[in-house]
Design a protein around this ligand. Sequence first.
Ligand SMILES: [Zn+2]
Length: 196
Amino acid sequence: MYHKILRDASLYDVLFKIDLDLAASRRAGGCSACGGRLHSARFRRKPRGGPEDLDPEYEWRLSFCCAVEGCRQRATPASVRFLGRRVYLGAVVVLVTAMTHGVTPRRAAELRAVLGVKRRTLERWRSWWCGIFVASPFWRSVRGRFMPPLAVGALPGSLLERFGVEAATTVTRALQFLAPITMSSPRVGACTPMGG
Ligand SMILES: [Zn+2]
């Protein structure tokens, strides 16, 4: 059920609008170090796995920089489009991992081929969900919300199941839920050398 949605441009439009909202509220909050005004300091990404007509705006990760000289703290908002520093879009990481869990090796290979994801990449994603993600402070703080508890061995599919039945809504909600983990991005601290 998730296969088609990965090629559906309207999903990516919705996710982009949510990212704009997340960025606007982060910007409104000002610099977390000095309270100063934030100005745009978005940086380049080369996202993989989306549809061919993906909006060129996806080549940018929204981010800000404190305008106060001597502070210049970077402020990167949460995102539903990018999951940390992975080159694949968050929707792809979530959906492909979920789709290839518990299927035959042959079916998994077919899905990887269609979506252009290498076996080793997929294995890295799986071990991230089962290892780093379940050990993260974020997950430890939210896992109690799920009753009955989520089957961590079946993540992220077991997570998607709790967010509805309609594919686009399900993945959008799951990415919104996961958005807090995307703030620990590679670009933290002072951002003076970073352009764009
Ligand atoms: Zn500042």
